[in-house]
Structures are given as structure tokens and as C-alpha cells.
Ligand binder design. Sequence first.
Ligand code: SF4
Length: 371
Amino acid sequence: MSFLEQFNQTDWDELKITINSKSANDVEQALKASRLTHDQFLALISPAAEPYVEQLAQKSMQLTRQRFGNTVQLYLPLYLSNKCTNICTYCGFSLENKIRRKTLSMTELENETAAIKAMGFDHILLVTGEAQGTVGIEYFKDVVKKLKPHFSHITMEVQPLEQHEYEELMELGLDAVLVYQETYHRSAYAKQHLRGSKMDFDYRLDTADRLGKAGIDKIGIGALIGLEDWRTDAAMVGLHLDYLERTYWQTRYSLSFPRLRPCEGEFQPVSEISDRQLVQLICAYRLFKPEAELSLSTRESESFRDNVLPLGITTMSAYSKTQPGGYAEDTPSSLEQFAIDDGRRPEAVAEAIKSKGLEAVWKDWDSSYSH
Ligand code: SF4
């Protein structure tokens, strides 16, 4: 059974009721468990777990150090293009936003690479809008070929592709793909994705299965916090990860929990999460899935990132520019996908990591299995 089939048998409202009916006793039982069930994970993300955030954080910290040692990986997003043929209400690259569109040429890519290498990064995340005609498979192949000699780990966050396209890119050196469902609530998804291929909820949801079948080293999933009830979306992410780990057990997984940030559009989050609730969520993910990488971007503030990083985070971006060409040139911020909050230089972030007794690692782990 694919995840899509499993998902179609899962009722959002029932899941929400289950989460909200969890008691303090359910939370205490979950905190004692050595390996959590999905139902116990629901207790940890429930309102009943809010008074237990300190205990959650202690346990999460312990599990993270056991599994990942005293390290935090650093990576940098490389925005290749802000062209997009989709309309997503919450994104600065959305088609109807009147911004200057730019796609990096191979020469501009070389300049970006040199600027990024000079900062010390060895792990790169390639990002584009969804514009199949301009930034399609042939462009991605050229980019991966060009970048492979310079980076030990290449991750992509672009439009969902076909399995054979992932396989072609993997042969050229692609290591990982991030594909966030944004929200697992079908009708809320339909309200925010108004035009273009991203309207196809099912095709997007099926992407992680295509990646798993392609045998990729790592898949990242997650929900964008703010589009629907964050607890129920997190419960869906948990179900999705559970399924993927069982089905494609040789693949590694990472989770992200981006909160909506201001951009060129004027989207107001439908559901808000406080800093404390986000800590609760991060630690609950860690207790549920001790092997999953948990990634925190520069959308979050300097102080939040510094406080939360020892609790369960394994991967962070630093000094991100979300406009194409942002590292090599002084490009205008109006080309950005969203505003960043933590604007520190990479060495300052590495120093903050060190001050927590941890070590910044500038590359990703090497693949543990060969496919
Ligand atoms: S979220 Fe992605 S697909 Fe939607 S407008 Fe932004 S870049 Fe395009």
C-alpha cells in the first residue's frame, strides 16, 4: 500500500479529536516509553503535554546526543531560480507577485559556488520555484553535474519529479530531496494552492514514495506551520514518516517544521504556534523518531535557534539568502522567497553552536548503505 492509500483511509477530524482528548496520564506513559507508538506521539504533541515541555526537552536532548553525538550539521540553500508558474498564497515567488524573475546561468552558478565555498560550506540545498519550462530536468542535470565536484552533499527542494528523473539526478550525484506537503488537510491545501501543478495534492503526496523507490539516500518531509491546525499536521507527518521508515528502510529521513514568515504576498497564518509549542513539537518528533534528522532554518530568530539547538536539532542553515544570486552579488531583497530572521554570518552560527558544547560540521554524513 502506498502512503497515499493509507492517507486516504485516515480521517483528519478523528485524528484531531484523538490528539485533543489525550490526558496527563497518557503523556506520562509516553514519556516513560523506550520506543513510542504513533498514538503515544499524539499524546506528546497534545495540549495535555504542554506542562511537560521541560521533561520532553531533557529526554530529547539525551536521545539526540546518543544518536548524533555532539554535532550539528551546517548547510546553505542555493536559490537557482525564483521563476514560478504556480500561485501559492503564502509565498514570495508566487506567480501573481510582481517581482523581478531570475534564473542563474551556468556562469552565475559558478560565481555563487565560489562565494559559498569561500564561506566553508560543503553541503548545499538547491532551491527553485516550480517552472518546468525554465527549471526542468535538463537544467537540474546541468546544475548537479556542475556542482558535484565542489560539494560532498547535494540536496534539492524543487518541484516533484518522476522516479526515473530522480534516478538520473542521483547518478549525477544528487543525495537527498526535500518535499514538504505544506498541509495534509486536503481542502485547506486547495485554498492555498490556486494555480499550477502544485494544485495536485496526490502527486505531491506520492513523491516520497517515488523517491523511496528510486533508492535515494535521504528524504525530507514536513508541513508548513500556519496553514492548518499544527498538531494534526504534525500527526500526519508522523504517520508519513512511520510509513516511509517501514517501507524504504535503507533511506535516511529528515523533518522540518517551518513557520510561515512574511513575504511579498500578504498571507496571514491560519494557525499560530508559540515558541514553547514549537519546542514541544521538536522534542516530540525526537522522542518518536530518534534517528530522524531535525532541521531548523534561518526563518527562526537568532535567540530561538540558539536556545533550541541543543534540544534536538541536528541540521541548520546559516547566512541564507533566499534570492537567486544572493551570495555572489548584492541582489535586492525583493527577489526573496521569504524574509529570514537569523542573519548571522556562518562563523558566528558555528561559534554559537560551540558555545553550547557542540561542534559545527560543514558536511552531511556519508551514505550508510549503498544502493
Ligand atoms: S511555494 Fe513553491 S510552488 Fe508555490 S509559489 Fe512558492 S516557489 Fe512556487
